[in-house]
Design a binder for this molecule. Structure first.
Ligand SMILES: [Zn+2]
Length: 101
């Protein structure tokens, strides 16, 4: 999918802006693989073979997306994906902090 097309997309749930992470592109600069990330609800929409997967949660299958997430570990920078949402690492750590400082 062309970058200009992807930039016109918004989150289907809350119509917020989406942040694009590019992983691979073809020679023409079209996105082959990557993901879109909603700034509001934090949902992550994978882009596979140039097609963004923007189904409602109930039509998504985590087991199908898990191999992608494993492959994208480096780009996710240690962030966890739960319920199709990207959790900030800081949030995760805040949940488990034991106030030892
Ligand atoms: Zn959203």
């Amino acid at each position: 999918m062309k970058l200009a097309t992807i930039e016109k997309l918004c989150c289907p749930f809350d119509r917020s802006d989406l942040e694009l992470t590019r992983i691979t592109e073809d020679l023409a600069g079209k996105i082959e693989e990557g993901w879109l990330h909603c700034t509001q609800c934090k949902r992550m929409y994978p882009i596979v073979k140039g097609i963004p997967i923007m189904n409602p949660d109930e039509y998504r299958e985590f087991s199908l997306e898990q191999p992608l997430l494993e492959r994208w570990q480096k780009q996710l920078k240690g962030k966890q994906v739960k319920n199709f949402r990207i959790l900030d690492k800081a949030q995760e750590e805040a949940d488990t902090t034991d106030n030892s400082d």
